[in-house]
Design a protein around this ligand. Structure first.
Ligand code: AMP
Length: 975
């Protein structure tokens, strides 16, 4: 393109060249002098003014736009384009820039500076002269050559001048420069061209600037935010994540962010970085703590000086190390001083009382700088000659405890008589276990005195006759010497112990003779040694047999024996024939019976006879699910070679067990291993040859039935509940057929799997006594879960399958009431009394009457009257097959159907007034309420529904108002 220098000629274009120079002076001035912050956010892609050589844009047709060179006042050349074909009609002059690569930009700013001649000031141009021009762009990924096709351009806008100038302005040298800015975008190609279309105006394009905006990298809140190009929309903010400066980290849940605005400004800082442990903030960076200082956490602001008895030699430490002989407990924060173990307790004194020893001492002189000093006692029993000491073992009792003592005294009990003991009392604090220095303790050596033997145990009636009773018992656990004899004290129960007799025995059994027939006697036994008598064991009540009435005629006896013998013979012959004839068709039931593992001399043999020994490597323990009597219960997986992996529960025997504990623990496996029924928990095997000793049982996902029901209160249908009960009954039928009496059947001892299958669990001989938290001591000796146990089992320890049926009735009640506690909060004593008086639990809410009737049948006082488990299974099966029988009559006030209950209905004829009746039932405090409610006469009281009276009477007696009263609004109103 031709370029011309500015020359003072009189061509029609003279005015334009002059204006260019003046405008350029203005522009340069603004740029140099003002250099504002706004410009700092811009990235310039094209600035025609900054180019001093030819721009060489494309102009078409060639006689349209012309490139003109000029000089500013500093004689700096500038480049510009002008066009002024105002005289000719139909002008279409195009000017296109070179290709502009857009870089990261999405929104492009185009700033145009130009001057434009007022058509009115040009003579003879009416109709052809224009005062606007058009701005276009074309996006491309690369340069497209120098040809120019109009239809490929997108119009940005028609640009008009805010101010045009006239010939007169030229004379005054007042140039009117227009500045217009347009924005294009979002752009997607790599670059673009700009094009200017003139349609017959007189224009000088003084400068074209193309740029985009950016937020420039900064550090804010210890986070670096990188250069960020603004968003594509005018209103958009670009969210930018900050990166923490070195040795800083993001504050928890508060990572640093900022927002880059369309104007290239950083806005809305959120979150922050903080200096890491060992570093503190200085300006926009983190610097290490100096020597002798530390900062333990990024949350702390400043470095702190090392606490007492600690130091550090390095910069940037998060903690200080303890000096030699000083320690920090695991729970001590780095900010506390290092401490050391306490010195020994002082002034240890003792006091011996037979086989008990009390120790007292003063606190140590030096607590080591801590206030968590406690004391522990080490007990050793020593032989006299030579003196060799062994730990005292678990039989010695410590009160209040052996270790963790806060007070400065302790008593050791159950020591052996005439034995030599050494006790060491050590003061310990939070760092004692960290110290490798020698233990400091106060010690005493003591010889215990004489002591009487402890109680005999397990008294058993071997033989009860009309006039004699044979007893046996176990030697006391602590004889404390040689037992020379036992004394058996006995008296008639009715006489109390005002008159009693004694019998002596050298062995652990004795026969007491000369007793009266059919008489209840109370027995107590104690042992005797050189040190005197021990205490009596708990009372044992035994009733002698009835005396036979009259003598039988020997002839009759012979006749009876002969007849009986004949009958037996006939049956034997008949049985033999039948047995031979039908040997293949008839199966005699009950051939497999339960074997009590206690009958084995070596209990280990019993375990290995009934339980499979598993290889511990086949078991994978996963998590703890409960606490058993002997240790934790875990869940896990069992993979036996050639078998599918199964989920299992693993009962473990805790470390430090005694031989007896091990035996009792494995006893459960010896029992469980004999059973094989879908409603009895299945034993997979045992691990006895490794540690820990384990019992591996099938896994029951829903745990114990009582808590399972409580968790899902009201969520099952009656059929589902009856299905569970049916399963339990089937499991119990199997166990009773095997001759096993459970003794502790209760919902807590039923396990539920993921398919709601209920299985009987908790087997063991001593478990009822040791394991069940519900078991309490009864007056007849022994521990019993009273609420679940049949009266004959409570009274004279008569445990049979019939007593299991009673317990089953209670389980039915637990199930139908979704885990309610039987007899609610009545005391055990009240429960025993109520049962004795004929009270039976009422039907739980929504319980079908048929099921409650079955419960009542299980709670028959006479155990022979109770149904057998196979009958129970039959009844439940029938109910399941005929669900109509399980419907609860709507709106009925279901009455507990107990024959004995009716005896409790008050007989109003024996009372003269309501007050007298209330007094009789010990409810006189409600007298005013009855009067106020309009029940002043006995007649009006009698009108209250008699069923409700049954309940009222029971309730007043057993204090369980709230549970049963719901539904009896008339009575509730009075109460
Ligand atoms: P136990 O020693 O039998 O009374 O067990 C203690 C607790 O461990 C029970 O109350 C159950 O919650 C849980 N448990 C015992 N055996 C199993 C099993 N086979 N499957 C799932 N949980 C069990």
């Amino acid at each position: 393109m031709a370029s011309r220098s500015l020359s003072p000629s009189l061509t029609p274009c003279l005015w334009i060249t002059v204006s260019v120079v003046c405008v350029c002076l203005q522009l340069l001035c603004g740029h140099v002098a003002c250099g504002d912050a706004q410009n700092a956010r811009e990235v310039i892609l094209l600035d025609s003014k900054a180019q001093q050589t030819d721009l060489e844009w494309i102009s078409y047709p060639p006689n349209g736009w012309e490139e003109i060179s000029g000089l500013d006042e500093n004689y700096t050349p500038i480049r510009t384009y002008q066009v002024c074909q105002v005289m000719e009609p139909n002008q279409n002059n195009w000017l296109r820039t070179n290709w502009i690569e857009k870089g990261d930009a999405q929104r492009i700013f185009v700033e145009l500076k130009f001057t434009l001649r007022d058509c009115n000031s040009l003579p003879g141009v009416v109709g052809t002269c224009k005062e606007t021009f058009n701005l276009y762009y074309q996006e491309t990924d690369s340069e497209v050559g120098r040809s120019l096709r109009e239809n490929q351009y997108v119009k940005i806008d028609t640009i008009a001048a805010d101010e045009s100038f006239t010939q007169g302005d030229l004379g005054e040298r007042k140039m009117k420069l227009n500045t217009e800015e347009r924005i294009i975008g979002p752009l997607s190609r790599r670059g673009f061209y700009l094009a200017f279309q003139d349609v017959g105006a007189c224009i000088a394009l003084v400068s074209v600037k193309v740029y985009y905006k950016k937020c420039w990298s900064i550090i804010e809140n210890l986070a670096t935010f990188p250069d960020t190009v603004t968003g594509s929309e005018f209103s958009s903010l670009v969210e930018v994540e900050g990166v923490c400066v070195s040795d800083a980290e993001e504050e928890a849940d508060n990572s640093p962010k900022m927002h880059c605005s369309a104007q290239g400004e950083w806005l809305v800082p959120i979150g922050k970085c903080i200096c890491k442990a060992g570093f503190h903030q200085k300006g926009d960076s983190c610097e290490p703590c100096g020597r002798g200082f530390y900062k333990s956490s990024s949350q702390d602001l400043q470095c702190s000086r090392c606490p007492a008895h600690s130091f550090n030699d390095l910069e940037g430490s998060w903690r200080c190390d303890c000096e030699d002989g000083y320690y920090r407990a695991f729970s001590d924060p780095p900010s506390v001083a290092c401490t050391r173990p306490p010195s020994a307790p002082q002034n240890l004194v003792y006091n011996i009382n037979q086989t008990s020893v009390s120790l007292e001492w003063n606190p140590p002189a030096d607590t080591g700088g801590r206030n968590d000093v406690t004391y522990r006692v080490i007990c050793r029993r020593c032989t006299w000659e030579p003196e060799e000491c062994v730990p005292c073992g678990p039989n010695v009792g410590f009160s209040p405890a052996q270790s963790g003592l806060v007070d400065t005294f302790v008593t050791m009990m159950d020591l052996l008589a005439h034995a030599n003991y050494t006790f060491e009392v050590e003061a310990v604090n939070g760092v004692s276990d960290l110290s490798r220095t020698q233990r400091l303790f106060a010690a005493v050596s003591i010889a215990t005195g004489q002591a009487a033997p402890s109680q005999v145990s397990q008294v058993i009636k071997e033989k009860v006759q009309q006039r004699s009773i044979q007893l046996s018992w176990q030697e006391p656990q602590q004889p404390n010497g040689v037992i020379t004899e036992y004394e058996i004290k006995y008296y008639e129960k009715d006489q109390k112990d005002r008159v009693y007799s004694t019998v002596r025995s050298k062995s652990t059994s004795a026969t007491v003779n000369n007793l009266k027939p059919s008489t209840a006697y109370v027995f107590q036994i104690r042992a005797f040694t050189e040190a005197g008598y021990g205490t009596y064991c708990p009372r044992l009540e035994i009733t002698t047999k009835e005396e036979a009435t009259g003598r039988m005629n020997p002839v009759i006896i012979i006749a009876v024996v002969a007849v009986a013998g004949t009958i037996i013979l006939v049956f034997m012959v008949f049985g033999f024939i039948i047995g031979r004839r039908y040997a293949l068709a008839v199966k005699f039931p009950g051939t497999k019976t339960y074997i009590d593992p206690e009958t084995y001399e070596d209990p280990n043999r019993a375990v290995h006879q009934f339980a499979k020994e598993l290889d511990a490597s086949c078991i994978k323990i996963e998590r703890v699910i409960g606490a058993g009597e002997f240790g934790e219960v875990c869940s896990g997986r069992l993979k036996l070679p050639g078998k599918r992996e199964v989920s299992v529960a693993i009962k473990t025997l805790k470390v430090g067990y005694t031989e007896k504990q091990r035996r009792d623990f494995l006893c459960e496996a010896s029992i469980m291993g004999q059973f094989d029924h879908p409603n009895v928990v299945h034993l997979e095997g045992v691990v006895t040859r490794g540690k820990p000793v384990m019992i591996v049982i099938e896994y029951m996902e829903n745990g114990s039935l009582d808590s399972f029901l409580r968790k899902h209160d009201g969520q099952f249908t009656v059929i589902q509940l009856v299905g569970m009960l049916r399963g339990i009954a089937a499991g119990m039928r199997y166990l009773s057929d095997m001759g096993y009496v459970h003794r502790d059947l209760a919902a807590r001892n039923i396990l539920v799997n993921s398919n709601l299958v209920c299985k009987v669990s908790d087997f063991g001989l001593s478990r009822v006594i040791d394991d069940d938290p519900e078991a309490v001591y009864t007056t007849t000796g022994g521990k019993i879960p009273v609420r679940w146990t049949a009266p004959e089992a409570i009274q004279f320890r008569k445990f049979t399958s019939a007593s299991d049926v009673w317990s089953y009735g209670i389980v039915m009640w637990e199930v139908m009431s979704y885990g309610e506690r039987p007899y609610w909060d009545m005391s055990n004593q009240d429960v025993i009394k109520a049962i004795e008086e004929g009270y039976r639990l009422p039907a739980p809410m929504d319980c079908p009457p048929g099921l409650h009737q079955l419960m009542l049948d299980c709670w028959q006082k006479d155990r022979a009257e109770r149904p057998k488990f196979d009958q129970i299974v039959g009844i439940l099966d029938k109910m399941i097959r005929n669900p109509n029988t399980l419907k609860t009559p709507v709106g009925t006030c279901t009455r507990p159907i107990s024959p004995l209950l009716d005896q409790s209905t008050p007989d109003f004829t024996t009372f003269r007034s309501v007050g007298e009746w209330l007094e009789a039932i010990k409810m006189e405090r409600y007298r005013d309420n009855f009067t106020a409610a309009g029940y002043g006469s006995l007649e009006s009281v009698a009108r209250i529904h008699s069923v409700c009276f049954d309940k009222l009477f029971l309730l007043t007696k057993h204090c369980i108002w709230d549970h049963l009263l719901s539904g009896f609004s008339s009575i509730k109103a009075i109460m």
